[in-house]
Write a protein that binds this ligand. Structure first.
Ligand SMILES: CSC[C@H]1O[C@H](OP(=O)(O)O)[C@H](O)[C@@H]1O
Length: 258
């Protein structure tokens, strides 16, 4: 029996997955629009890679077609998704290069389509429980892979999702801190909630690439140079964790449908 593919969704700094064997590129049509994925094998198991900003980082965070992306993965038979999001640190104890295995989010997005259940589908209006937005079993796999690959990762973290593409004001980051947020990003929502709606098991690795506005040296503006420098230094660590996760999966038979 063919295993269901593991999906890896990444964004800034992760535009292709060199480890994929026999990669093939596909543009998939869904009721929500098109999604572009790369299919291949990694340690002999099927993996689907999706880079959310598209080739050349051409799609800004507020215009990513999250519904088409998640729907396309579900249509491919994906059950499990590991996402990677780069973020700004809100918790002052976090440093660029630090990793978190997220366990909650706060949604400050404004204009993006947030659900499949907009009344246009046979299900009509559906109110989805999101008390556990990141799946415990996939979080466990991420934490175990980090441990066996010798990389530290914080078990837990609250992701504040802002609309983007601008960065946040100091006041917005202070508001997010009051809400208990540890990091700030621009793509984790509605990606995570759409995965829940689609019945996918989803969890996310957050890579801190800069102090968020007003955190640390409050008068220093956020620059792409600082972000790219951290990505250059830290993306291999993320890839090593993903490699270990996939290798571990490959050594075990697929779980029956949960
Ligand atoms: C270039 S920093 C802002 C940019 O990076 C993050 O992307 P991703 O979440 O795909 O890793 C953030 O969400 C913004 O899109």
């Amino acid at each position: 029996m063919t295993r269901s593919p593991l999906a890896i969704i990444a964004g800034t700094g992760f535009y292709d997955l060199d480890a994929l064997e026999n990669p093939t590129h596909h543009t998939l049509d869904t009721a929500w629009g098109q999604a572009r994925v790369t299919k291949g094998e990694w340690h002999g198991i099927p993996v689907v890679f999706l880079t959310r900003h598209g080739a050349g980082h051409s799609v800004p965070p507020h215009l990513v077609n999250y519904r088409a992306n998640i729907r396309a993965l579900a249509d491919l038979g994906v059950r499990d998704v590991v996402a990677v999001n780069v973020t700004g640190s809100i918790d002052p104890t976090l440093q660029p290069g630090d990793l978190l295995c997220l366990d909650d989010f706060v949604d400050f997005t404004k204009q993006r389509p947030v659900t499949f259940f907009d009344g246009s589908t046979p299900e009509g209006v559906v109110h989805t429980d999101v008390m556990t937005p990141y799946h415990p079993a996939i979080r466990r796999e991420i934490l175990d892979a980090a441990a066996t690959s010798g990389h530290s990762i914080r078990d837990g973290g609250v992701y504040a999702c802002f609309e983007g593409p601008r960065f946040e004001t100091r006041a917005e980051i202070r508001l997010a801190a009051l809400a208990g947020a540890d990091v700030a990003g621009m793509t984790g929502v509605p990606e995570a909630t759409l995965a829940l709606e689609a019945g996918l098991r989803y969890a996310a690795i957050s890579l801190v690439v800069n102090p968020a506005s007003g955190v640390g040296d409050a008068d220093e503006p956020i620059t792409m140079d600082e972000i790219n420098a951290v990505l250059a230094a830290s993306s291999a660590t993320v890839l090593e964790i993903l490699d270990d996760l996939v290798h571990t999966r490959a050594t075990f038979p697929e779980e029956p449908d949960a």
